[in-house]
Each structure stands twice: as structure tokens, then as C-alpha cells.
Ligand binder design. Structure first.
Ligand code: C2E
Ligand code: MG
Ligand code: MG
Ligand code: MG
Length: 281
């Protein structure tokens, strides 16, 4: 009997693996088509400056409706990375973000910045790929200062030393760089010295339990103090409550992003969000 049930759980396991593999391959080919046919869309989540009490930035976030089913970027960005689709995906998002920003500027919203996520797999391999990003920005009559690139800690791992050179190029051109999901990756504090980062985004995992969990609270206040000492601005991600906002504000956090202010918004809603925005909701 033991042998039978062993065989059953084995085949159950392989069945499950096969289903996962099948879904992945299916999504991969559908995603390739969706990118080609420009069927992806981009939404924009407001980032609010606590000091100025106003909206200073939007983070561009990719969305994919695949025949009526919303696929999470957590799932398909990974697939794009695995199957060499991340560069076309990334250039689609950057182009959309530039179009959006150009539109906002023409509507009089001149001091907004858009943050664009960059996967470690789309880090330019050389200077000419780096220039491609800068060219996209320039082609839309924007300045490098208008775009901030968000990278996760894995992009800064010691075996990615060459990235340093490329970040420096982007940064000397005028783009800013944010370190995304801070605290969740292979944190090596040494790269905070090495790499030119302007913003540190504290991952939502630390923010969500701040009010109940004393050690999360200590971690967040320490990250903020350290970032400030290093001359970097701090963004808190995933802020959902007024209590979290107040705690972060008291700790000296610079920017807030999260459902407390707004979920990511479609392009058509940005101008009215900016016009109607009130810090004290
Ligand atoms: P991320 O860059 O850390 O983006 C923040 C995520 O947190 C977004 O999820 C956003 O919708 C969500 N979020 C913001 N505020 C709250 C909140 O108050 N509560 C909760 N529960 N969630 C909140 P989303 O849009 O599903 O994106 C997930 C991840 O997928 C992103 O994490 C990023 O790593 C990746 N991603 C999204 N768009 C792109 C893209 O255009 N390019 C690349 N390379 N990755 C992307
Ligand atoms: Mg991000
Ligand atoms: Mg993040
Ligand atoms: Mg994330």
C-alpha cells in the first residue's frame, strides 16, 4: 500500500508540475503576441510628498488583460524575464510613460516625475542600450530628470558590477534611480555606498505591520534614519491607513505610496486626480 500511495503522490506531483509548465508556455506565447499587438496597458499610482503635501510622482505599473483574465505582473513579468520578452515589455512601458508625461505637461502639470520599473534582465548590456532609454525620453521632448528608474536589489548584486557604470551614465545624464522593495532582496549594505541611488523604497511588507509589530517599526525607523544619513530620500510603499501615514510622517519619511491615497489609476484619471488632490482626505 505504501508503494501505491507513494506512486500516487508522485504522479500527483508531476501532474501539478506539468500544469504549471503548460500554463507558463501558454502565457509566454500569448504575452509575446500581446506585446506585439500593444494589448498591454499601463496604470499610474500617485506618490505623495509629505513635506509638500502634494503629488510629486506616479509609478508606472504594467497591466495585462488576457482574454478577460487579469494576469498579475508578479506572474507575467517573471515569464517575460525568462523568455526574453522583458526588453520589448520595458520599452513599451517607458514609451507609454513618456507619452503620459508629455500629455500631463501640456495640461499644465509641469513638475510631475514618472517612475518606471526596470527588471535586472533589462539592464542595458552596453552604453548604446543605455542611450536607447535616453533617446526614448528625448524623442518625447522630455528631460532625463522627468524619469526615475526603479530597480530592485538584485540589479545591484556584486556579480553585476558592470551595472554600476551604466547607472552612473543614466544618472550623469540626469535620470534618478530608486531602489525598489528595499529590505526584501539580497541586502548588502555595501552597495548603498557604491551605487548612486537617489531614493529608497521601503517594501510594503515592513509597512503593513508597523503599527502592531514593534520590530517592523524599529526596522522602518532605522531604514529611514540610515537613508537620510546617506543623503537619500525615502518612499514608503503600501501605505493603507492614516495611522501608518502619521507614523511614517513622524519618522521623517519623505514620500508615501499606497492605497491610503490611491490605487494605481488609468491614464484618463490622472489629470482630475491631480486637480482634486487633497492631502487631508
Ligand atoms: P513594485 O514595483 O514594488 O510595485 C508596487 C506594487 O504594490 C504594485 O503591484 C502596486 O499596485 C502595489 N501596491 C501599491 N500600494 C499598495 C497598497 O497600499 N496595498 C497593497 N496591497 N498593494 C499596493 P503590481 O502593480 O501588481 O506590481 C507588482 C510588481 O510587478 C511590481 O512591484 C514590480 O516588481 C512588477 N512590475 C509592475 N509593472 C512593471 C513593469 O512595467 N516593469 C517591470 N520590470 N516590473 C513591473
Ligand atoms: Mg516599483
Ligand atoms: Mg516595490
Ligand atoms: Mg514589488
Amino acid at each position: 500500500h505504501a508503494k501505491d500511495s507513494g506512486r500516487n503522490s508522485y504522479s500527483f506531483f508531476t501532474q501539478k508540475m506539468q500544469n504549471i509548465a503548460r500554463r507558463k508556455l501558454m502565457l509566454k506565447s500569448q504575452l509575446a503576441l500581446a506585446i506585439e499587438n500593444k494589448e498591454l496597458s499601463v496604470v499610474y499610482q500617485p506618490i505623495i510628498s509629505i513635506g509638500e503635501q502634494k503629488v510629486r510622482k506616479f509609478e508606472a505599473l504594467i497591466r495585462w488583460n488576457n482574454f478577460g483574465e487579469w494576469i498579475s505582473p508578479e506572474e507575467f513579468v517573471g515569464i517575460a524575464e525568462e523568455f526574453s520578452l522583458i526588453k520589448p515589455l520595458g520599452s513599451f512601458v517607458l514609451t507609454q510613460a513618456c507619452l503620459e508625461l508629455k500629455k500631463l505637461k501640456s495640461q499644465g502639470f509641469t513638475d510631475i516625475i514618472i517612475n518606471v520599473n526596470r527588471s535586472v534582465f533589462e539592464i542595458p548590456l552596453n552604453k548604446s542600450e543605455n542611450d536607447l532609454w535616453l533617446n526614448t525620453i528625448a524623442e518625447h521632448d522630455l528631460q532625463p530628470q522627468d524619469i526615475c528608474f526603479e530597480l530592485t536589489e538584485s540589479a545591484l548584486a556584486p556579480d553585476k558590477r558592470n551595472n554600476e557604470v551604466l547607472f552612473n551614465q543614466l544618472r550623469s545624464a540626469g535620470c534618478t534611480i530608486a531602489l525598489d522593495d528595499f529590505g526584501t532582496g539580497y541586502s548588502s549594505l555595501s552597495y548603498l555606498r557604491r551605487i548612486p541611488i537617489d531614493f529608497i523604497k521601503i517594501d510594503r511588507a515592513f509597512i503593513s505591520d508597523m503599527s502592531e509589530n514593534q520590530s517592523d517599526n524599529i526596522l522602518v525607523s532605522t531604514i529611514i534614519a540610515m537613508s537620510k544619513a546617506l543623503g537619500k530620500k525615502v518612499v514608503a510603499e503600501g501605505v493603507e491607513t492614516l495611522e501608518q501615514l502619521n507614523l511614517l510622517s513622524d519618522l521623517g519619511c519623505d514620500y508615501i505610496q499606497g492605497y491610503y491615497f490611491s490605487k494605481p489609476l488609468p491614464s484618463a484619471e490622472l489629470a482630475s486626480y491631480l486637480t482634486d488632490f487633497s492631502y487631508h482626505q
